[in-house]
Design a protein around this ligand. Structure first.
Ligand code: SAM
Length: 251
């Protein structure tokens, strides 16, 4: 996936307009409450923006990601003795310490296509949490994806990053809607600098989840579900919302 390799330096700038990082941070802070020394593990941490900001608010942070290129940018942009970035797969990570909160944000979880992989990551999460610890995961909602089913390639964003103009085009097609909702998302990036322009084509195969699937996965892996929301500002869950924010705890 070129977005996490060749395009890693631009990843956050490309996605930034569609996000509310401050709301994510407030929610993480609310969930960890008055803990004076909170610890966080971020699965699929990407270029580390959440952890960079949380470290400056007193969190001790560990971020794992499978992409060396994303981690290289994360390490350069977020230099703090309170953060460790590690190259690990969330399917097989192991820890010698337990955390107050485990997060998996902005769709990193959607790359887990099979039920067995979802269970593995939730089991690893369970083991990585302190008793009473919380998890906050953000996944794609299957309902709108099934409804829309496909979209032709069209321009979805244009950004300026340093001396580059980057246009992103996107199209998608539903591959299966049951028992799992799997989508193939195709992207074209046009990266222009002066009179030079590069075209990069990218393809991501991702899973979206519905409310019932989430409830089942959370319960099957020994967690208690605390809430499902449309976004990290905690607007109530709706079948039409693109994302589901899931808050669950290890009791
Ligand atoms: C859409 S980005 C999200 C990054 C970050 N959480 C954020 O909020 O910007 C998805 C990230 O998940 C990582 N990823 C995908 N599958 C993974 C896996 N099995 N283990 C660890 N990281 C993974 C990718 O390398 C990528 O950095």
């Amino acid at each position: 996936m070129k977005l996490y390799h060749e395009l890693a330096e631009y990843y956050f700038a490309i996605e930034e307009a569609h996000r509310n990082i401050q709301a994510d941070l407030s929610l993480i802070r609310t969930i960890t409450g008055a803990n004076p020394d909170p610890t966080i593990l971020d699965l699929g941490c990407g270029t580390g923006e959440h952890l960079g900001m949380l470290a400056s608010r007193g969190f001790r942070c560990t971020g794992i990601d499978s992409s060396e290129d994303m981690l290289a940018i994360a390490g350069k942009r977020n230099q703090s003795p309170s953060i460790s970035f590690l190259r690990q797969d969330m399917l097989s990570f192991d820890y010698y310490e337990q955390f107050d909160i485990v997060t998996c944000l902005f769709g990193s979880f959607d790359y887990l296509l099979d039920d067995a992989d979802v269970d593995k990551v939730l089991w690893n999460t369970w083991r990585a949490l302190k008793p009473g610890g919380a998890a906050l995961f953000e996944v794609w909602n299957a309902n709108p994806v099934r409804e829309i089913s496909s979209k032709p390639m069209s321009t979805v964003s244009m950004i300026r990053y340093k001396d580059r103009n980057i246009e992103r085009r996107r199209g998608f097609a539903l591959l299966t809607s049951a028992p799992r909702t799997i989508v193939e998302v195709r992207y074209v990036y046009l990266v222009a600098c002066g009179d030079r322009s590069d075209t990069l084509r990218d393809k991501h195969v991702m899973r979206a989840f519905d409310r019932k699937e989430i409830e089942r996965f959370v319960a099957d892996n020994g967690f208690a579900l605390k809430g499902m929301y449309s976004n990290s500002a905690l607007d109530p869950y709706k079948d039409t919302s693109n994302k589901i924010i899931v808050h669950f705890v290890k009791e």
